[in-house]
Design a protein around this ligand. Sequence first.
Ligand code: GLN
Length: 538
Amino acid sequence: MARYIFVTGGVVSSLGKGLTSASLAYLLQSRGFKVRIRKLDPYLNVDPGTMSPFQHGEVFVTEDGAETDLDLGHYERFSGVLAKKSDNITTGRIYNDVLNKERKGEYLGKTVQVIPHITDHIKQFIKNESSKEDFVICEIGGIVGDIESLPFIEAIRQFANDIKKKNALFIHLTLVPYLKSSDEIKTKPTQHSVKELRSLGIQPDIIICRSERHIPFEQRKKISLFCNVDIKNVIETVDVRTIYEAPISFFREKLDLQVLNYFKLKSKKSPNLNPWKKITKIILQPKKQVNIAIIGKYVELKDAYKSLDEALTHGGIFNKIKVNLIKIDSEKLKIYQVRNKLKNISGILIPGGFGKRGTDGKIEAIKYARINKIPFFGICYGMQMAIIEFARNQLNLKNATSTEFGKKGLAVIGLMHEWNKDGNIIIGTNKDLGGTMRLGSYDAKLKDNSLIKKIYKLKTIKERHRHRYEVNIAYKDKFEKKGMIFSGLSPDNRLTEIIELKNHPWFIGVQFHPEFKSRPFDPHPLFSSFIKAAKNHK
Ligand code: GLN
């Protein structure tokens, strides 16, 4: 039977519950156990798909096409275990399911209540598809004390009871601040947070204290005493220089050992921290650097392009070079500024995006990359913009556009039902955009003798998608005559998956999101190749 580890947070959010869970998963795996990680999010959205990246950071897409919390990206990157639809749930989805059941009369006339109906549904989710796992780590979003998280806390309390407490472990991650004025480390917020948790019926077994500096023995003792936790289970996590140090730091603090001790389990093998040490060294002691511009709408929020930033870093690890991410706000990028802003840049990347705002600067930047032979990487929306740029400036189709921007113009990009076989648009058949997203993993066939085939060294690839609009295939021949190669197509040849340019060292656009599949120990070939091209660019 699986053992369950619940990770809650206290005092403030953004303490790194996701990274803690992901690091613990790696360490347990490395000791020979099978681990799954799940995220329970307290907000009311049914999934994060409709949330703005400004609000919630990136939406991470799983192989099976779920739009999930970005923490699932950390889980995949750290543990290598592919996340599934069934690994992320929100309050919104739970209520949605319960209310649907209620409408169908499945509660047989009973009063439907938070306890037991909502909590039962949460418990079912936690247990779902976990019989083959040694450990299931469940991270509860938000912090203890939030109104929204109450049903989750109640559900995990009941769950631990249901499966017998010895099979469930509660980890509480809190902040232990350092006060400069008095030169002191303060344990009070942690005490309060644990008090709050205990008032909800949960006594933490391990407390992880996030702190700017090392926590002296005296303060650990205090936390142990006031919070009723064995001193060995008061674990510190001091700010790391790069996230890749997190597993090393938790190993040093014996987090994984304390978890095994709790469950009275013996390690099956000794963990291997060498890969983390190796990449940490490359990241912290780089010999060379390369500047990559990311031109997007959501650059102000650090987490809005999380997987992308990670994948570019992985590309840097592969090439043993530090990648400086220069984020440029596309909405503020004026056409006349492009040349100047991109002066010291060795690679230009346009990431995924939605809507018309900020397109002019992006299109100009693509033109600049194309003409000046600067490595260019267009992802999803970025590829669609590259198509529009090429149509306008190389095919002289000045009104080329995407139907995402309105009904006027020549739809070189559009919803599939909007084009007929001559490429003329038929607009207005379906106003409802919901449910028209192409989500999850799809195949693409790669063209012989193309750059993309050289990069992947494969005939067919599988990559994750998240978009509504597609390249209008009716224009393919026109584009190809002018030097654009449609080097990746869907198996039925209808959908454009990859484009590249003939007379350019590295100009690639992909309709999918390769960043979701890149791993620190297994960098995605597209990112390794892009960074290599940028490194070689003078
Ligand atoms: N807005 C575009 C579409 O829906 C691109 C989406 C994206 O970049 N993920 O097709």
